[in-house]
Design a protein around this ligand. Structure first.
Ligand SMILES: [Zn+2]
Length: 538
């Protein structure tokens, strides 16, 4: 039994780890790399068609986003995850595929004019739909055995609706080991969802480290901070524009806004309108509002028991069509507009910024992390003007941010979570953190808790019986390969993946009857003849 680290190794995105045991290959998360990455990820050592199952911690694209690629390359499932994660993936993977297709369409228009090779989307909506058919839901606390010798259980990670830590028990050749994957661990006291559940016992822990070197500080009162911004802006006669991640953060903001309305914290503007203007956010809001009682925290369940809808209130409008979106500009009342993307890089938020940034009476309120190089970060850093849709827009609006709001546990919360384990694990593997943060957090775990800890690189492999590192990854920094070339190669990779699978099926077929073997060989040869003719080599 062994563990191979593939993605989010010394990086924050692209989570993916391979467990090989009992003759099976299981991926824990299969995420897309987003933003600036430093290291090349090692290739999966097995073909997609040879992966027997994927265990998914939560719906965020940096954990789930490459499942459609796996499906396109021959993975036939199942994908085990919680019911809420399956529901959220249903909208997020389709949305992600739609973005890939739109981007390819846009690039192809340019490529055709320049006489270049066509650009191939990473995956299509059809690939996403095929992948979604492979999902199988499991509840928190339920233990199931996907394969002989392997059992799996999910516990609440408190990071996003449906998010889970995953514990896997493997028994092979009389040896039993348990491995616990933290997934992304949540902050405490968040609206709607529960705090992270304490960890079950395990021999090995793979823990995230996004905030492994930072503390959130004292927990601020989000309701009063937000009410203050609303009062200040509405009294000036302007709008509060909130760039917001569509899934999770938008629904948390709705929860806080309902609270503000109910307690009458914006005197004189009690009936202020709130618009959610992002098709994905609207779909996600419907899922959050769909009675997923297994996933809510006690406060939310109390509200539901009293007949209160936690994220709905008078004055809330969900706009889906572009006409509905444009109509928001004609509502002259001071109002709140929640729109995506959260870092202002794309989506309808850019229209609302264009209409409000130049207005002295409006406020742009940031409620999430703004990565280096994004429009969100530029505005937070005090840009005096910016280009939106080719037009120079002056920044006169107030730029504010809601401090301390984070979906991740900080350093001490991560340590506290590990420290709740009654028996110390043999070793902790630290992933999902910036290059230096992973190493620093591994050191912190070792010095503060006395547990051996290491931050593996992509391609590093560990034997789980002995605990020894059995192979090292190459640690290659990313070189600038043109994106179009990478995408074109990806289609060819689908064939080489299928070829790898064929070789492993051939080695498994030894025990078949001579008749079956002859038939198999004939079929392979027929297929080869067909494609040799097509490629013009014969
Ligand atoms: Zn996440």
């Amino acid at each position: 039994m062994k563990l191979t680290f593939i993605g989010a190794a010394h990086e924050v995105t692209g989570s993916c780890t391979l467990l090989s045991a009992c003759g099976r290959h299981i991926l824990i998360d299969c995420g897309m790399e987003q933003g600036a990455d430093i290291y090349e990820n090692a290739d999966l050592p097995v073909a997609a068609g040879e992966v027997d199952a994927i265990l998914l911690t939560h719906a965020h694209i940096d954990h789930s986003g490459l499942i459609p690629v796996m499906a396109a390359r021959g993975f036939r499932g199942p994908v085990y995850t919680t019911g809420a994660t399956a529901k959220l993936c249903d909208i997020m993977l389709r949305d992600s595929a739609y973005i890939q297709e739109s981007e390819a369409e846009w690039r192809n228009r340019k490529a055709r004019r320049a006489g270049l090779d066509p650009y191939v989307p990473l995956y299509t909506v059809i690939d996403a739909q095929n992948a979604l058919r492979l999902f199988e839901s499991k509840g928190y606390g339920e233990t199931f055995s996907p394969f002989p010798g392997i059992t799996v259980g999910f516990t609440d990670a408190g990071h996003l609706l449906g998010s889970a830590s995953i514990r896997i028990t493997v028994t092979e050749d009389g040896e039993t080991r348990t491995i616990l994957f933290s997934g992304d661990l949540g902050n405490v006291d968040r609206p709607l969802i529960r705090d992270p559940q304490g960890p079950p016992e395990a021999d090995y822990v793979v823990i995230e480290s996004t905030y492994g070197d930072r503390l959130h500080g004292e927990r601020p009162n989000y309701v009063s901070q937000l009410a203050h911004v609303l009062n200040d802006t509405f009294n000036r006669g302007g709008n509060v524009v909130i760039p917001c991640f569509a899934v999770g953060r938008t629904q948390e903001m709705l929860y806080l806004l309902r609270n503000i309305k109910e307690d009458g914290l914006v005197p004189g503007f009690e009936h202020f309108p709130v618009y959610v203007d992002s098709p994905l956010a609207v779909e996600a809001t419907r899922i959050y509002d769909g009675g997923l009682t297994d996933y809510y925290d006690d406060e939310t369940l109390d509200l539901l028991a009293q007949g209160v809808d936690p994220i709905n209130f008078p004055g809330l409008t969900l706009s889906v069509t572009s006409d509905e979106s444009k109509a928001i500009n004609f509502d002259m009342r001071p109002k709140v507009i929640l729109s995506a993307s959260g870092m202002c890089e794309a989506g309808r938020i850019r229209h609302h910024l264009k209409h409000n940034l130049w207005r002295q009476d409006s406020t742009v309120l940031f409620v999430g992390y703004q990565a280096e190089g994004t429009l969100g970060r530029k505005l937070l850093n005090g840009a005096a003007s910016t280009q939106i849709f080719g037009e120079e827009i002056a920044v006169h609006a107030k730029i504010e941010s809601l401090e301390g709001i984070s979906g991740h546990a900080d350093r001490d919360m991560l340590l506290g979570w590990l420290d709740k384990m009654e028996t110390k694990p043999r070793r902790v593997f630290v992933n999902h953190g910036d290059d230096t943060v992973c190493d620093a957090f591994a050191d912190t775990i070792h010095t503060k808790l006395g547990i051996p800890a290491v931050a593996p690189y992509s391609g590093d492999e560990y034997d789980l019986v002995s605990g020894a590192c059995t192979a090292h990854g190459k640690v290659v920094k990313i070189s600038k390969v043109s994106d179009g070339r990478r995408r074109a190669n990806r289609v060819y990779e689908r064939v080489t993946e299928a070829g790898k699978r064929l070789m492993s099926v051939i080695s498994l077929s030894r025990g078949l009857s001579n008749g079956e073997l002859a038939k198999f060989a004939d079929q392979i040869n027929d297929l080869c003849d067909k494609y040799i003719r097509k490629s013009g080599n014969k």
